[in-house]
Ligand binder design. Structure first.
Ligand code: NAD
Length: 333
């Protein structure tokens, strides 16, 4: 199994090494392929990612990614969007689940849902024109794109509570009518219980009643925004992982960005990146190993081995070591 390891910029360079330390403890057969992509590379060379890098990534099975600082060049082509497109990573999966002892902004921990976001089209189609007086971006919704994300969400719902919420804005955006209709058809065909919500009502409802939801399926931009908002339910952006899944590849990344405000201080929370390792293990079918990471994270949280975003004083590297040590000991027993 070949794993591309892309730390990226800012805190990506802190959280990914912590996550890799945890992954290494399992002693699995991985060939790690480190790649330097992003803003620092662009500053040095004028290129954030080359065609060769894409080919190298395509030669791997999966990617563990940190975060990239957006390059301040109007002609910059997003590294992340390019990789998602090139590898056809159509499903962006973001679990929103409280961690032991950590309360988010709402002070509740009775929820456990997953946001499944269409990852290749919508407003991130990349079809746009920037002008002095007029700029536009084309919002693309296709039957094929909607069908496959709905299929993914329904299969996930069937492994969970068989409940799907379709989030859209079809009262205003006509393109969302197709998304909504297709999701309804796919859910009916799978026998999944479904309902739908307008995205603005959904934002409110997720804050007020997060316990009502199980699997939420939505279009690209709505999923991006809702999932960052839901990080506040969990307690920190540093706690929310995500997976980008396609037919042939998978790409794991924390939801957070490169956090330039804290980068280099060694205080970023590595748990989102470590939870990405858990998602990677699950994707590989290593369910037992993945569950050890849950135990290790409960252990560090219970013992207040936490970074400043959670009110602690422990460093990124120390949290990583503590998780790795716990897993190492658990593997011996
Ligand atoms: P951000 O997620 O980097 O940071 C938002 C806030 O959350 C900051 O205050 C930061 O300190 C805090 N935070 C984020 N992750 C944390 C962690 N692990 N531990 C503790 N605190 C954490 O968002 P931003 O500031 O809007 O973006 C910074 C840069 O990252 C921008 O260039 C943006 O375009 C880029 N970005 C990249 C990705 C990605 O590569 N996947 C995602 C989002 C933003």
């Amino acid at each position: 199994m070949k794993l591309a390891v892309i730390e990226g910029d800012g805190i990506g360079r802190e959280v990914v090494p912590a996550a890799v330390e945890v992954l290494d403890v399992f002693g699995l057969e991985f060939e790690k392929v480190p790649l330097e992509l992003g803003y620092a590379r662009w500053e040095r060379t004028g290129t954030a990612m080359s065609d060769e890098d894409i080919e190298t990534i395509k030669g791997c099975d999966a990617v563990l990614f940190g975060a990239i600082t957006t390059v301040p060049d109007p002609n910059y082509k997003s590294v992340l969007l390019t990789i998602r497109k090139e590898l056809d990573l159509y499903a962006n999966v973001r679990p929103v689940k409280p961690l032991p002892g950590i309360m988010g902004v709402t002070g509740r921990n009775d929820f456990d849902f997953v946001i499944v976001r269409e990852n290749t089209e919508g407003l991130y189609s990349g079809i746009e024109e920037i002008g002095q007086d007029l700029s536009w971006t084309k919002r693309v919704v296709t039957r094929k794109g909607s069908e496959r994300i709905a299929e993914y969400a329904c299969k996930l719902a069937k492994q969970r509570k068989n409940k799907l919420t379709i989030v859209h804005k079809s009262n205003v955006l006509k393109s969302d009518k197709l998304f909504l209709d297709v999701c309804r058809q796919v859910a009916s065909a799978h026998g999944v219980e479904y309902s739908d919500m307008l995205v603005d009502s959904m934002a409110y409802s997720l804050m007020m009643h997060p316990e009502r939801y199980d699997v939420v399926v939505t279009t690209n931009l709505f999923g991006d925004i809702l999932s960052d908002m839901c990080a506040a339910l969990v307690g920190s952006l540093g706690l929310v992982p995500s997976a980008n899944i396609g037919e042939n590849y998978a790409f794991f990344e924390p939801v957070h960005g490169s956090a330039p405000d804290i980068a280099g201080k060694g205080i970023s929370n590595p748990l989102a990146a470590i939870l990405c390792v858990k998602m990677l293990l699950e994707w590989m079918g290593k369910v037992k190993e993945a569950s050890l990471i849950d135990g290790a994270i409960s252990h560090v949280l219970e013992n207040k081995l936490i970074t400043p975003d959670l009110g602690g004083t422990v460093s990124t590297a120390e949290v990583g070591h503590a998780v790795a040590e716990y897993v190492k000991n658990a593997l011996k027993t």
